[in-house]
Design a protein around this ligand. Structure first.
Ligand code: HEC
Length: 155
């Protein structure tokens, strides 16, 4: 009797584990998640830029926190950018950002404009986002840059 009970309990556990596993796989395969696997080139919306995991994470954060000031209306979405002075660079503006190091972009996003001798309209995100999230934002900026971003040669 005890043995029988143990067997039934084991079978139930395995069953539950298996359906949880299947559930996870189904969630990953949800085609709607693909919306974050690419970003249209803002200069040529017909062209889709593939994003890796970190860049896609940056894209989600960009559309939550930064799009309001660092994008124009299309294809990135609604923005207040044109009303700001100084006008913030578009996040894909390679001419403005390619020459700036990852460290600089990380610092200004963490500390905000005021701390870096720039406009206080650029908010500090160091207590809102983690370092990894800010690195993901930079990875996204680098991925969508026009002209394209070339990482500095290793020294
Ligand atoms: C309320 C508007 C606003 C929001 C929201 C905003 N920014 Fe900014 N950002 C600015 C302004 C304005 C500047 C320009 C500062 C200057 O040049 O004096 C700027 C500058 C920057 C710069 C420096 C660009 C350069 O050429 O030196 C970076 C990098 C940046 N923002 C990243 C971000 C990121 C990443 C986010 C989202 C986490 C974000 N910003 C959200 C307004 C904003």
């Amino acid at each position: 009797m005890r043995k029988h009970f143990a067997f039934v309990a084991l079978a139930l556990c395995l069953g539950a584990g298996f359906s949880a596993y299947r559930g996870g796989a189904a969630a990953q395969a949800d085609p709607r998640q693909k919306a974050y696997a690419t970003e249209p080139d803002w200069n040529d919306p017909q062209r889709l830029i593939p994003l890796n995991y970190q860049q896609a994470r940056g894209k989600r954060l960009f559309y939550q926190y930064c799009v309001w000031c660092h994008a124009d209306a299309t294809p990135a979405g609604p923005s207040n950018r044109a009303n700001l002075n100084p006008v913030p660079p578009l996040l894909n503006d390679g001419a403005a950002l390619n020459g700036k190091s990852d460290e600089f972009l990380l610092e200004i996003t963490t500390l905000g404009g005021s701390a870096m001798g720039k406009s206080a309209m650029m908010p500090p995100y160091g207590r809102t986002l983690t370092r990894e999230e800010i690195q993901a934002l930079i990875a996204f900026a680098r991925a969508i840059a026009q002209p394209p971003y070339q990482p500095p040669a290793p020294r």
